[in-house]
Design a protein around this ligand. Sequence first.
Ligand code: AMP
Ligand code: GLY
Length: 424
Amino acid sequence: MKVLIVGGGGREHAIAVSMKKSKRVDKIFCVPGNAGIAQIAECDSSIGVMEFDKIIAYGKEKEVDLVFVAPDDPLAAGLVDVLEAEGFRVFGPEKRAAILEASKAFSKDLMRKYHIPTAEYETFDDPEKALAYLEHSNMPIVLKADGLALGKGVLICNTLEEARAGVREIMQDKHFGSAGDVLVIEEFMTGPEVSVLAFVDGRTIKPMASAQDHKRAGDGDEGPNTGGMGNISPSPFYTEEVDAFCRKYIYQPTVDAMAAEGREFKGVIFFGLMLTPEGPKVLEYNARFGDPEAQVVLCRMKNDLLDVVDACIDGTLDKVELEFEEDAAVCVVLASEGYPVSYEKGYEITGLEQFEGKEDYYCFHAGSKLDSQGRVVTNGGRVLGVTARGKNLEEAREKAYAATEWVSFANKYMRHDIGKKIMP
Ligand code: AMP
Ligand code: GLY
């Protein structure tokens, strides 16, 4: 089979590496891809993920048998629907289902209607009403832009002053563009966070191994929120008891709710969970693999990824037994100094060859490209996701950090405490 992956980050590199292992995959294409993906797939860096017409033309020209749409923006904008209408076989939720991530107001209303545990909230389209509501709210409080904002549209406000400023920022100054037309104001919760990604075929849901993101830019969870500076799998907080609760009260109810709303979900649902003193609650849903969650979860999956993807599309996921290695994985993101605010790119990356032939080590490319002289150079805020597997988290962590020393580029930046807090 010929598979086309839409996307160009570390997540897509991890998906491509897993697809490559499938016995049934003959060739992988990727748009736009990156320098790492280009080692195992044919990429066309001139095609952006929102250029639907170009993606269709490319898929037809290459006669691909399957399109895997990985990023949030094209999913929210209906790339899956458009491709299906053109006769492609596609993995990913249609637009009406991708709204689970694309609108926080939608997802909150869904959870309220179907009694899925989540933080209390109110929704506003009028800034004056939002400001008035704050006057009698407890602090801290959480403000969330309704739409997609690169994972940055969430403000945790400790004081009324901060919260007022946040409402203005999101709803009036439109820091996140039209994503801030509607605002969700949410109760502040506490507890460890866990990510669980799950395959869904419309009716059946099969959770993957748990993972744990490190969203803040700096050590000790300081600094601004990012797309994710590192990840570990499994999460030590995700006990069997938590798993049993989530399957019963969160995972299956979410899939059933979407089906009941006429928004049957096929693809991957990413549950952002908080383990609060009152039990697990949903922080957010994503309608896709996480980045860098995919990097630590997929490398531990025993199943053939293509088999699972096929089962999701065909509605036969109930026949699949998902299996994961009993080991652990840690991903440390090497970023450009200054990410996520401002950073330089175009610096040569050296040492990548050290990963060749080393089992249990992966160097997933996120923001890289080949320059005109054929050198691999930095091309984004998150540059590489250095990942290692080990028999437990401690070993995986040691290996991953050792491997971060193998590569160099001018403004290399990383966190030094990925997974540290939770090590024995
Ligand atoms: P989200 O994009 O919704 O996952 O939010 C980004 C981050 O903000 C989460 O990973 C949490 O750390 C934090 N957060 C979101 N909602 C809440 C909440 N209701 N209470 C406390 N922290 C939250
Ligand atoms: N790492 C979080 C995300 O992909 O949204």
